[in-house]
Each structure stands twice: as structure tokens, then as C-alpha cells.
Design a binder for this molecule. Structure first.
Ligand SMILES: Nc1ncnc2c1ncn2[C@@H]1O[C@H](COP(=O)(O)OP(=O)(O)OP(=O)(O)O)[C@@H](O)[C@H]1O
Ligand SMILES: [Mg+2]
Length: 447
């Protein structure tokens, strides 16, 4: 597997857009009894089905989606991703728990308020595009504005702007049938963007696309996110896509979030054997950073050697160390946080760094995994506690902040800072050979 994981800018905010707590969705007879019953709620999926005929698609899930972040929900087919994201705007009615958007209780919203939420505040992009076949590209993009009641000339003007933004200039008059899959998904993206939603919800938008077009679309999302800083919730069952796009990733299994963390946390400190197996093939040196790999510097080391940023990948540091023939200093704002030497860097590649610095898994991640902290959730920082490297900072703050919150999300222009070093034109990420998920349950309310 080859990855191009964008280097991320230090996060800037912890403000939440969505705030989800104790969320359950149970399908089947008398679903509300399941979350409330300590015996039934702890049954495994097969046991629950046998006892009650119910499926708990989402089980006691809690998380915040922060303003400006790309929050990825990842998991195998049937793990509850679509159900979870549909519960956010009540396209599926939750069975128990709370959901707030900007502090407003979504479960208490009446029909009119819900419609407003879906039309203005949270726009959805579907796997199968959900386009209107008899309408032109321009009119498809304008559709969301039309149902918002925006006048014809204004909506066409705005639609044209977003058609251009997604790279479809000149195709305004075509119908969806005259477009490729990738182009159709760009129309879907433009339509969602045109209503200027606070948050974009993507349900496996690229899984119907072939790998090259898929990569183009991923780059498009990264670009749009960088330019606009819009909050995104992105569902995928593709690990490399999750690692590439996500500021944070919630990994689901059987309806539960088994780990929530940055790509580096998920790869560096898998919460359990399931996650470990999931990330087994990931090239660690392309995901883990110098902040994780470094050790304290001796007095002599702080004065010499090449400099690398704390968020430079281990792969980048390997190149710097190999060229210089000596350890690299991890520098932040003129301060030497520590050093990465050959031993540390090779340890990351070999996966034998776990005991000394496998990254940080947040307290929030442990909290969202349905109660008890998963094994391995408490990370040991790479540096000793009294070294400068152990100072809480933007990437590791989550392990030590009083609220137990992990590093907040990047805002506008996120990740631009480190782009030069990481955009090395590596080949497209591999796809894991997982089952193609079924098509989404498209709702006309969602546009
Ligand atoms: N309307 C429904 N009635 C009964 N069970 C359902 C319903 N919708 C989903 N489920 C079940 O809930 C579980 C989660 O389904 P969901 O569609 O959320 O999974 P997913 O992670 O999105 O999977 P995929 O990657 O295949 O899209 C599955 O076991 C599914 O069979
Ligand atoms: Mg799904």
C-alpha cells in the first residue's frame, strides 16, 4: 500500500458543529427497549438478533465534529456508517441519545426546522450522485437553491460559479447521462456546495468510481477543504481514503466506535486487535510524524544536524537523516523539540516503536468506544515527560487537555503549510479488497 497523507497544519479550533452523545439506532421490533436494558444492550449482534429480532446498527456512539475538520467515519460494510450519518440529520430516526448542531437539539426539531437543517445547514453527497437525469448540469447544481426558494437568475449565477469550482466549466448544458462517473460526482459535489452548507456529509461518494478518478476526486475534496475550510463528515470503507482525507477518523465495528483519533493515532496506537489488523498494511513511515518518533536531544545535538518540522512524516525525516548522515533536529518556531535518529526512524518503519512512542490515542477516543478505554488507548509520548517534546501541543494536546479533547481541527487553508514536503506525487493509494457497499437510501429531503 502506498499512501500520500497530506501534512496537516496545526489545528486551530475546538468548536463543535455536531455533538453526538450516547447515540443508538436499533432496527426491529420494540427497538427503544434495547438501549435502556443493560442485559440486551450488551449482547453481541448475533445474540441480540436471536433474542429480540433486532439489529443495533449504531450502539452508544459519542463524538464531536469540530468546525473546519474532515471527520471520517470508517468501517467495513454493515458496521453502521450510513445509519450513523443519516441519524445526524434524522434521515433515519435515532432510537436513543442526543445530537446537537451548533448547540441546537436535532432530536427536538419539528419538521420545518429539520427541513431547514437538511436544505441549508447540512448537505449530503451520495455514492450514486442522486442527480436528476432530465436536468442539465447547471440545473442540477441549482436544484438545492431552487428548493431553498432562491430566484432563477441568482441561482443560475451561483450554480455556474460552483460548476466552475469543481472543474466542469463548459459542461453546463449537458445532462447527467452525457457525463462520466467522476464528472457526475463533481455535479453532486457542486450541488451540495452551492447551498453553502455549514457541513457537508459524504456517504461513500467515490466508491463507485475507478481508482484514478477516485484519486482525482479525493484531491478535489482536499483542495476544496483547504480553500474553504468547510466542515465535512466523510464516510468510507477504504482505509487509504480515510487516512488521506481525515483530520480525525472514527473507526466503527458492529455499530460501535472502536477508536477515534487522528490518522497518526489510529496507525500508531491501534486501540485493539481489530484496529491493528485494519491498519496492518499501512506504511507507517508515511503516516507517523517526527513528533511521535523523536527522542530528547542532548545539548550537543540541539546545535547541529538538519532541521525537520514536528509534523514532517518519518519518511521525510529518513531522507533528511540519510542525506546529512546525522540525526535531524525537530524544530518548531526556532525551538528544538527533540531529535530523530536512524534508530528511532527505523523503529517506526519496523513497527517496533510502539512501546516508546506509537502516537497518542485520545481520551475522547476511549470515551467514545462505549465506555472503558480500549487496550492500548493510553499512549506513551515518544519523549520523556521532562523533555520539551512532552509539552502539550497542537497534535498531542488531546492526551493531556482537561476536557479530554484531542487536537482540534484545521481551519481555512489547512495543511497548506506542509504541502511542499508531502506532495511528492506518489502513486494512488491501494484499495483494500473489501466488499462494495450497497447503494445508499437516497432521500429527496437530503438535497
Ligand atoms: N432499514 C433497516 N432495517 C433493518 N436493518 C438495517 C436497516 N438499515 C440498515 N440495517 C442494518 O444495520 C447495519 C448497519 O447498516 P449500514 O447501512 O449503516 O452499514 P454501512 O456501514 O453503511 O455499510 P456499507 O459499507 O455496506 O454501506 C447492517 O447490519 C444493516 O443490515
Ligand atoms: Mg453505507
Amino acid at each position: 500500500m502506498t499512501l500520500t497523507v497530506p501534512t496537516r497544519k496545526p489545528p486551530t479550533t475546538t468548536e463543535s458543529v455536531f455533538s453526538v452523545s450516547g447515540l443508538w439506532k436499533v432496527f426491529g421490533p420494540k427497538p427503544e427497549r434495547i438501549p435502556a436494558d443493560p442485559e440486551l444492550s450488551t449482547l453481541d449482534p448475533a445474540g441480540l438478533r436471536a433474542r429480540t429480532g433486532c439489529t443495533a446498527a449504531v450502539r452508544d456512539v459519542s463524538f464531536d465534529v469540530r468546525k473546519g475538520e474532515v471527520f471520517v467515519v470508517m468501517g467495513l460494510s454493515g458496521s453502521g456508517k450510513s445509519t450513523l450519518v443519516r441519524c445526524l440529520t434524522r434521515l433515519i430516526e435515532p432510537t436513543a441519545g442526543t445530537i446537537a448542531i451548533d448547540g441546537e437539539d436535532v432530536r427536538a426539531m419539528d419538521r420545518a426546522r429539520l427541513r431547514e437543517l437538511r436544505r441549508h445547514r447540512a448537505a449530503m453527497v451520495f455514492q450514486h450522485f442522486g442527480l436528476l437525469p432530465h436536468r442539465t448540469v447547471l440545473d442540477n447544481v441549482a436544484y438545492g437553491l431552487e428548493i431553498q426558494g432562491v430566484g432563477k437568475s441568482e441561482r443560475r449565477e451561483r450554480a455556474a460559479e460552483f460548476v466552475a469550482k469543481v472543474g466542469l466549466e463548459g459542461m453546463e448544458k449537458r445532462r447527467p447521462g452525457q457525463l462520466s462517473g467522476g464528472q457526475r460526482q463533481r455535479v453532486g459535489l457542486a450541488r451540495a456546495l452551492a447551498v453553502d452548507p455549514e457541513v457537508l456529509l459524504f456517504d461513500e461518494p467515490f466508491s463507485a468510481l475507478d481508482p484514478l478518478i477516485r484519486r482525482d476526486m479525493q484531491d478535489e475534496v482536499t483542495r476544496l477543504h483547504r480553500e474553504e475550510g468547510r466542515t465535512m463528515v466523510f464516510i468510507t470503507h477504504d482505509l487509504s481514503e480515510a487516512l488521506k482525507l481525515g483530520d480525525r477518523i472514527a473507526l466503527m465495528r458492529d455499530g460501535r466506535v472502536v477508536q477515534l483519533g487522528t490518522p497518526e493515532e489510529i496507525v500508531g496506537s491501534p486501540a485493539d486487535d481489530y484496529v491493528r489488523e485494519f491498519v496492518r498494511d499501512v506504511p507507517r513511515e508515511q503516516v507517523l510524524t517526527c513528533r511521535t518518533a523523536m527522542r530528547p536531544a542532548s545539548a550537543a545535538e540541539t546545535a547541529t544536524g538538519p532541521a525537520v518540522r514536528p509534523d514532517a512524516t518519518v519518511a521525510e525525516a529518513i531522507e533528511a537523516v540519510a542525506r546529512a548522515g546525522e540525526p535531524a533536529r525537530v524544530m518548531d518556531a526556532g525551538r528544538c523539540l527533540g531529535v530523530v535518529d536512524q534508530e528511532r526512524l527505523l523503529g517506526v518503519v519496523a513497527g517496533v516503536d510502539a512501546e516508546t512512542g506509537g502516537g497518542a490515542t485520545t481520551a475522547e477516543a476511549a470515551g467514545t468506544a462505549g465506555g472503558a478505554a480500549p487496550a492500548g488507548a493510553t499512549a506513551v509520548p515518544a519523549a520523556t515527560p521532562d523533555s520539551p517534546a512532552a509539552t502539550p501541543d497542537s497534535r498531542t494536546a488531546g492526551t493531556s487537555s482537561p476536557a479530554g479533547k484531542p487536537a482540534p481541527a484545521p481551519g481555512k487553508a489547512a495543511s497548506a503549510a506542509g504541502k511542499a514536503a508531502s506532495a511528492t506525487g506518489r502513486p494512488a493509494p491501494d484499495r483494500r479488497g473489501q466488499a462494495t457497499p450497497p447503494g445508499p437510501r437516497t432521500s429527496p429531503e437530503a438535497v
